[in-house]
Design a protein around this ligand. Structure first.
Ligand code: SF4
Length: 91
């Protein structure tokens, strides 16, 4: 049986666009409200370690197979969260 392509494991393009747009909007709202946009390096590292041990994390592409996001970037955003609740927003 052949291995699935990376694109077969990711959400649909529409879903990824929707998710990225939602994240951008949320970060813009944080800036407007004077809230932090980024978490500390320690929090980002904690989040990344959870992803790194997760069955849905693709270490080759550094993307999450649930949301399609590039996790090395996403873990730094204060209002980002794991789509299946393994880590959440950081206020
Ligand atoms: S965001 Fe959640 S589902 Fe995605 S790789 Fe990280 S822990 Fe896993």
């Amino acid at each position: 049986m052949s291995e699935r392509k990376q694109s077969d494991k990711l959400p649909s393009k529409l879903s990824m666009i929707r998710s990225a747009t939602k994240q951008l909007y949320s970060s813009a709202r944080s800036v407007k409200q004077g809230l932090p946009v980024f978490v500390s390096p320690n929090i980002a590292q904690e989040r990344f370690e959870i992803c790194n041990d997760c069955e849905f994390y693709d270490k080759n592409s550094t993307r999450c197979e649930k949301c399609g996001c590039f996790m090395k970037s996403k873990v730094n955003l204060a209002d980002a969260k794991c789509p299946i609740g393994k880590w959440g927003k950081h206020e």
